[in-house]
Design a protein around this ligand. Structure first.
Ligand SMILES: [Zn+2]
Length: 608
């Protein structure tokens, strides 16, 4: 039962070989990317010093989440909270594990072990684990597909894999394996049908496959995907949604349009991507291509937010993008990062990283306060002054999501394929990776996203022949590139400038991205943004807040509005503020609601 390191490594090597054809790019994991960056380091420090403590306090003291595990272990006492609350504890633990990778901390590790002991004690003799069902007994297990039993199991698996990778400790991973085997003893080709009402288990099973080398988990993930769209779903009678809410209307390979719940959709697409990467299933990737167009071209806000409506936490009709009532759940923006990261690894196309970056700097980052202690669940693009971050939520998926997302952002910076190193995001860091069979170190220094100047330095013993593919962001209209001080104009392929040469230790690349203030218009079919414009600079979408603009309702913009920018180091953690020639002051959207309450909007009326 107990996994060992050696077979794991062999399994991973085998996986990479199988994957070569369909998914050529492997990400460089955040554990190999050390971030030292003027923009991101303060956010990561706030995560370590503030956010983790907030999450632990909420889980242990302010709510009954950890007590549910204690009660389930004893088989007595009541369950408090919502039936999927276990997932928040697992997601927080995943964030704690990632934080330990970045900053070893024996006290935090002891806290993780303490929680894991409680999870293990709450696992039932047959391998089942879910504190709601163990404690409430109000309906039998595995009778309502919308009760998130597999969703919670999936988050536990992600946490278990994360903690095992960081510490080598397998206690939680063993709990996960027992739960996975329990589920596979009930469901599958020889057992019962099941359509998880909230996806997550699929991508988690692929992680379990990767770490154990046990192909049965990959097979089960594929089987679960293929359960969709055949009428097998049964979601109880508490709240009846149409099947598209659950992504259960058509089989996955026939999907053409995004519909239903936004976060569930994102997790499904991630699961489809992960399974396709190993099985070479082009039916899945073709569906993902269609879905990507539908999400990004017809249903995405300028902030990278998705899911317009609060009624279904999800999608409505194409080009309907209300601002005041925009739902744009923080988890959905993180989901956009997770999914677009995977799409890029299939295609090597920078357009996916453009969307990833948009969702990262805007929709997702808005989800947490600058101090790191308060969270948005809903991220509208306009506010009357009554929408504020809270320290927690009854449904706390978003705080726990941010908790696990931030410490792992190093994942999204680099990729490696047989012939190239892919530089996707710009932030100060030092990263190590294998390129053309050699250990390569890349160091980035940059003032991004406030400046477009990036310096990359190569570290290698001797030399290495490989392409360096530098992403030229979709927002960037002009740039200059130098290698060792010499101006170069390389081929640009799918949004990447391709530098193909023999690299030596100390080689230096200077990339200068022009970063003017841009006035952007929405697709004319978006009625809500008719006669309005938004302001963007680099990857950062801006907004106006009433506190800077006392004449808020009268603020107008024009196509030819001129802007001045200034770096204000003491404002909102240090930002580039934009001032329009008519006096209007803009701040980054992610930084709103960190000062006195007031109105906010992204889309500003055009001057008549
Ligand atoms: Zn959420």
């Amino acid at each position: 039962m107990k996994p060992h390191f050696l077979p794991v490594l062999l399994a991973l090597a085998a996986c990479s070989a199988e994957r070569e054809s369909l998914k050529p790019i492997d990400p460089v994991p955040f554990s190999d990317v050390t971030i030292r960056d003027g923009f991101w380091s303060p956010r990561l420090d706030a995560h370590k010093d503030v956010t983790l403590a907030v999450c632990i306090d909420q889980i242990e003291n302010q709510t009954g989440r950890i007590r549910n595990f204690e009660n389930a272990a004893k088989g007595e006492g009541r369950h408090s909270g919502i039936f999927f609350d276990d997932s928040d504890v697992y997601k927080a633990l995943e964030g704690m594990a990632y934080s330990l990778q970045n900053h070893p901390d024996p006290v935090l590790e002891a806290k993780c072990d303490e929680w894991i002991d409680k999870f293990a004690a709450a696992q039932q003799p047959d391998g089942y684990i879910n504190t709601f069902y163990t404690l409430t007994k109000d309906q039998p297990r595995w009778t309502n597909m919308d009760r998130h039993e597999m969703y919670c199991a999936g988050h536990m698996i992600e946490a278990g894999v994360a903690y095992y990778k960081v510490t080598g400790k397998s206690k939680l991973l063993d709990v996960c394996i027992r739960m996975a085997d329990h589920m596979m003893g009930i469901f599958g080709p020889e057992g019962r049908h099941w359509v998880p009402g909230h996806e997550e288990i699929e991508l988690a099973l692929v992680k379990l496959y990767e770490v154990t080398g046990e192909k049965k988990y990959l097979d089960f993930a594929l089987w679960l995907l293929d359960q969709r769209g055949h009428g097998y779903g049964s979601y109880g009678d508490e709240r009846t949604w149409p099947t598209h809410y659950y992504q259960d209307e058509v089989p996955v390979r026939e999907m053409k349009e995004i519909s239903g719940h936004a976060v569930r959709s994102m997790y499904l697409y991630c699961g489809m991507s992960d399974v396709a990467a190993y099985t070479g299933d082009t039916g899945l990737t073709a569906a993902l291509d269609r879905l990507w167009d539908d999400v990004v071209l017809r249903n995405m806000y300028v902030t990278g937010g998705i899911g317009q409506s609060s009624s279904n936490e999800g999608f409505t009709t194409d080009y309907s993008l209300p601002n005041l009532t925009a739902y744009c759940e923080t988890c959905a923006s993180v989901g956009m990062v997770l999914w677009n990261w995977r799409m890029n690894q299939f295609k090597g196309d920078a357009k996916y990283v453009d969307v990833l970056e948009r969702a990262l700097y805007n929709g997702a980052l808005a989800g947490i306060s600058l101090v790191g202690d308060r969270f948005f669940y809903v991220n509208p693009l306009e506010s009357l002054g009554d929408h504020h971050r809270l320290s927690w939520y009854g449904c706390a998926c978003c705080p726990s999501q941010i908790c696990r997302f931030l410490p792992s952002i190093g994942n999204y910076v680099y990729g490696v394929s047989r012939e190239a190193v892919w530089v996707n995001l710009y932030m100060g860091n030092t990263a190590t990776m294998q390129a053309a069979g050699k250990k390569l170190t890349l160091t980035q220094e940059t003032g991004y996203p406030w400046t477009g100047d990036i310096v990359l330095t190569v570290g290698v013993k001797g030399s290495v022949k490989t392409q360096l593919r530098l992403r030229i962001p979709g927002w960037c209209k002009s740039y200059t590139l130098f290698v060792n001080g010499e101006h170069v104009e390389p081929e640009v392929d799918k949004g990447y400038a391709v530098l193909d040469r023999k690299w030596k230790d100390g080689d230096r690349i200077d990339l200068e991205l022009a970063m003017p203030v841009e006035v952007v218009a929405a697709d004319p079919r978006v009625k809500e943004d008719e006669g309005k414009r938004a302001v963007q600079r680099g990857p950062v979408v801006y907004c106006i807040e009433e506190t800077d603009n006392p004449d808020f309702d009268a603020v107008r913009i024009a196509e030819d509005t001129a802007f001045e920018t200034s770096f204000e180091k003491d404002l909102l953690g240090g930002i580039v503020r934009i001032q329009a020639d008519n006096g209007a002051k803009y701040i980054p959207y992610y930084a709103w609601d960190n000062r006195e309450a007031g109105k906010m909007k992204v889309w500003v009326d055009l001057r008549p």
